[in-house]
Design a protein around this ligand. Structure first.
Ligand code: GLN
Length: 277
């Protein structure tokens, strides 16, 4: 098979493999050659060496084989910040910015917030970056994810206290003003798990290997004991889960139970307040 990119071609004459998205192509060319977007223009006559052609060919092939662009380049933007990502963590999604915004609206001055199942640390780092006064704790069951999250906190110059914990198991006495989570909520056997980017993402971050509600249920059940009176619990969930999550919250005595829609018009975050009667 001939390589996707032959040595000796110029940057300007690079051809996009037919099936590849033009934006993905541009991102991979920049990544392989160490060029910025404007560098593509200012270096348009640069001739690719054998190494560069081989490197770019390999990246293009990975993308053609379905690997998410964020894993190939090792980063993704979220809430205006750069995050390192690897297959140890879910790739941050734009709809999760809704959870960050709702949390920011409810975080009191010097508020204490807990992010459960932090993954790349996207939510915790975005909160800490926007609200330097906040006391941010983030936990995950995966040590590999925590290592990524720790690097993301450092790279974005924020302080987050990280905790290795299976949901609430390592969180007993602490009291929080706010608990947020984007837990695994896809039901086992859901066909989306076998499609697109999700095939390459960590299963434990996507699915609870059950009905899709088991992680949400554990968080709903455990949060009241860790929340200050009136403290909010906010959780992201799947497109068809808002009624079920509202019912879980109501059954546990939360008040102000409600859901919020993402930019696609999907009920995406549901929450309520603990300990207010
Ligand atoms: N929002 C993700 C998706 O459907 C799932 C993330 C999650 O389970 N927390 O692709």
């Amino acid at each position: 098979m001939s390589p996707l990119v032959a040595p000796g071609v110029t940057v300007a004459s690079l051809q996009r493999p037919g099936a590849l998205d033009p934006v993905d192509h541009r991102i991979l060319v920049c990544h392989a050659l160490g060029l910025s977007r404007t560098g593509l223009i200012t270096h348009s006559e640069r001739v690719l060496s054998g190494d560069e052609a081989a490197r770019l060919s390999a990246l293009l092939q990975r993308r053609l084989d379905g690997e998410p662009i964020a894993y190939i380049v090792g980063k993704r933007e979220f809430y205006g910040l750069d995050f390192e990502v690897s297959p140890a963590v879910l790739i941050p999604r734009p709809e999760t910015e809704l959870l960050v915004e709702l949390a920011l609206e409810r975080l009191p001055p010097q508020g204490r917030v807990l992010d459960m199942g932090t993954g790349s640390g996207a939510i915790a780092v975005a909160l800490a970056h926007t609200r330097p006064d906040a006391v941010v704790t983030a936990l995950d069951v995966s040590p590999a994810a925590l290592a990524v999250a720790q690097r993301n906190a450092a790279a974005n110059d924020v302080t987050v206290q990280f905790l290795h914990s299976d949901w609430f198991s390592a969180v007993d006495a602490a009291t929080f003003d706010l608990i947020v989570s984007n837990p695994p909520y896809i039901a086992s056997g859901d066909r989306h798990l076998a499609e697109g980017d999700l095939r390459f993402e960590p299963a434990g971050a996507l699915t609870d290997h059950a009905d899709g509600l088991s992680a949400l249920r554990r968080i709903v059940d455990g949060a009241p004991a860790r929340l200050a009176p009136g403290g909010w619990l906010l959780m992201e969930h799947g497109y068809d889960q808002s009624a079920a999550v509202q019912a879980l919250l109501a059954a546990q005595g939360y008040t102000h139970v409600q859901s919020w829609h993402d930019l696609a018009g999907i009920a995406r975050v549901t929450g309520g307040r603990a300990g207010l009667r």
